[in-house]
Design a protein around this ligand. Structure first.
Ligand code: ATP
Ligand code: MG
Length: 144
C-alpha cells in the first residue's frame, strides 16, 4: 500500500504491511482497528505488534476474558484492547484507560467504536472489510 490509503491485501501482504506500519509508529501512538467479526483485526494487530518489536507473538490473541492484553516489546509495553465485550464506555475508567494509553509504547484497539470518545484525537484509524468476491483478501483503508 505504498502511497495509497486503500488496498486489497492477501494475508501475507497484510502481515508485511502491518510490520512496516508498526515499525514506523511513534512512541505513544494509538491505533484503532475497525471491522466486522472476522475481518482480520487481530491478525493485523499481530503484524503491527511484530513491527513494534513484541517478542512473543503467540501471546497476541483476542483477549477473551480480559479487555486488555499487555505485551513486552523492545521499547516498552504494547497495549492490545478488544472492546467487543465492553458494555459501557465508562467501564474503561475503571481499567485506568487513560493511564494505560499514556504509559504504552503503542496501543492497538479492536472495536474502537465501543470506546465512544475515549480515544485521543491523534488516533490512527484502520478499517478492514471482507471482499465479497475474494475470500483470500481483505480491504484495508487507512483513515489518518
Ligand atoms: N488478507 C487477510 N488479512 C487478514 N486476515 C485474513 C486475510 N485473509 C484471510 N484471513 C483470515 O481471516 C481471519 C481473521 O480473523 P481475526 O481473528 O484476525 O479477525 P478479527 O477481525 O480480529 O475478528 P473478531 O471480530 O472476532 O475479533 C483469520 O482466520 C485469518 O487467517
Ligand atoms: Mg479480533
Amino acid at each position: 500500500m505504498i502511497g495509497a490509503r486503500i488496498a486489497d491485501l492477501t494475508e501475507p501482504a497484510m502481515a508485511e504491511w502491518g510490520r512496516a506500519f508498526g515499525a514506523a509508529l511513534p512512541h505513544g501512538a494509538v491505533v484503532a482497528l475497525h471491522g466486522e467479526l472476522g475481518a482480520g483485526k487481530t491478525t493485523l494487530v499481530r503484524a503491527i505488534a511484530a513491527g513494534l518489536g513484541v517478542l512473543d507473538l503467540a501471546e497476541v490473541t483476542s483477549p477473551t476474558y480480559a479487555l486488555v492484553h499487555e505485551y513486552r516489546a523492545a521499547n516498552g509495553v504494547v497495549v492490545h484492547a478488544d472492546l467487543y465485550r465492553l458494555r459501557r464506555a465508562d467501564e474503561l475508567d475503571e481499567l485506568g484507560w487513560e493511564e494505560l494509553l499514556a504509559g504504552a509504547r503503542a496501543a492497538l484497539v479492536e472495536w474502537p467504536e465501543r470506546a465512544d470518545g475515549r480515544l485521543p484525537v491523534t488516533t490512527r484509524h484502520l478499517a478492514l472489510s471482507h471482499l465479497p468476491t475474494d475470500p483470500e483478501r481483505r480491504r484495508l483503508e487507512q483513515r489518518g
